[in-house]
Design a protein around this ligand. Structure first.
Ligand code: GSH
Length: 336
């Protein structure tokens, strides 16, 4: 979008001279009061946390939006913060609402046809990409933030008065490490799959895929002796890792050519993924049909015929034995 006008040619992905995919910065970066932005940094101004005031725009397909949906589910914030779900297939008009498709909703706030209308309402001169997730403030009629790590942090730390579950994913004693982990896995893993998939040259692809599998191998070894990324506590970093692992075998392995191994081939990453899938509330955030429809049918340059592969269909919700490892879950997330 440029100066509030939609341009389909703005769909071109940013690339460096070497053909490396470069993700654009997001532009709405406000914070809700009470958010713990860093270990020693609690936000003292900004809009108040309130139930019913904020709204999320998401796609079940999107790994960044999925972090936010997971935080909302694990905290039990479903009644406090409602969501609108876009059509998973994103073509030349950008994210669209089509409530006829299973798992989607209309734009519950404004009845828009396209998500770009919500961006234009918040900023009539908006220039930038129209992305999910979006956190919208209905009291101010404004977008608060469209950066997933920051929305995840707001839901995790500013809404405890409205959360059904006593779950803290940014716990004292772990905060610096959680910030470091989220940062550390972003480049090689979360964004690494995109760098491989959208690489414009063989070199850029090989660099990305090598860094990706080096990082996965390293984490597989670490997760052999500890249940979660930060050790014995489930944290936001696990949610950030989860959304990439969940999409890996079904999409990134084939569509983005990350085909050295599948997650099911790893001794520990596969059990770790099933451990997280089996947490209460997580399954309701997972819609593999939306995930596959999105990637295989939206990126027409990578998959011109839009054919969606039928496999490999791993059993994400099968039991695991990771509760034998050091580390425990908050009481609210323990299943009998
Ligand atoms: N930095 C953003 C990235 C969000 C993002 O790239 N979302 C994708 C979907 S997975 C999107 O909406 N892309 C539309 C576009 O780039 O035009 C975040 O983490 O929230």
């Amino acid at each position: 979008m440029i100066d509030g006008e939609w341009h389909t040619d703005a769909e071109q992905l940013s690339k460096s001279e070497r053909g490396e995919f470069q993700r654009d910065q997001t532009s709405f970066r406000d914070w809700i009061r009470g958010t713990r932005r860093g270990p020693d940094d609690v936000v003292e101004d900004g809009p108040e946390p309130e139930a019913g005031r904020y709204h999320l725009y998401v796609s079940y397909a999107c790994p960044w939006a999925h972090r936010v949906l997971l935080t909302r589910a694990l905290k039990g914030l479903e009644d406090a913060i409602d969501v609108s779900v876009v059509d998973p297939v994103r073509v030349d008009q950008g994210w669209e609402f089509d409530a006829e498709k299973p798992g989607t909703t209309p734009d519950k706030l404004f009845g828009s046809d396209y998500l770009r209308e919500v961006y234009a309402r918040a900023d009539p001169d908006y220039t930038g990409r129209v992305t999910v997730p979006v956190l919208y403030d209905t009291a101010e009629d404004a977008i608060v933030n469209n950066e997933s790590a920051e929305i995840m942090r707001m839901l995790d730390t500013a809404f405890d008065d409205y959360a059904e579950n006593d779950v803290d994913l940014y716990p004292e004693g772990y905060r610096e490490e959680v910030d470091d982990l989220i940062e550390r896995i972003y480049d090689p893993i979360n964004n690494g799959v995109y760098k491989a998939g959208f690489a414009g040259t063989q070199d850029a692809y090989e660099d990305a895929v090598t860094d990706l599998f080096d990082a996965l191998t390293e984490w597989d070894a670490t997760l052999g002796t500890q249940r979660f990324l930060a050790g014995d506590r489930l944290t936001e970093a696990d949610l950030a890792m989860f959304t990439t692992l969940y999409r890996f075998d079904e999409v990134y392995h084939t569509h983005f050519k990350c085909n050295h191994r599948e997650i099911t081939d790893y001794d520990h990453l596969w059990g770790y993924l099933r451990d997280l899938c089996n947490l209460p509330g997580v399954e309701a955030t997972c819609d593999m049909h939306h995930v596959k429809e999105h990637y295989y049918r939206s990126h027409t340059d990578l998959n011109p015929k839009g054919i969606v592969p039928i496999g490999p269909d791993p059993d994400f919700f099968a039991p695991h034995t990771r509760d034998d490892l050091p580390g425990d879950l908050p009481d609210a997330l323990r299943t009998p």
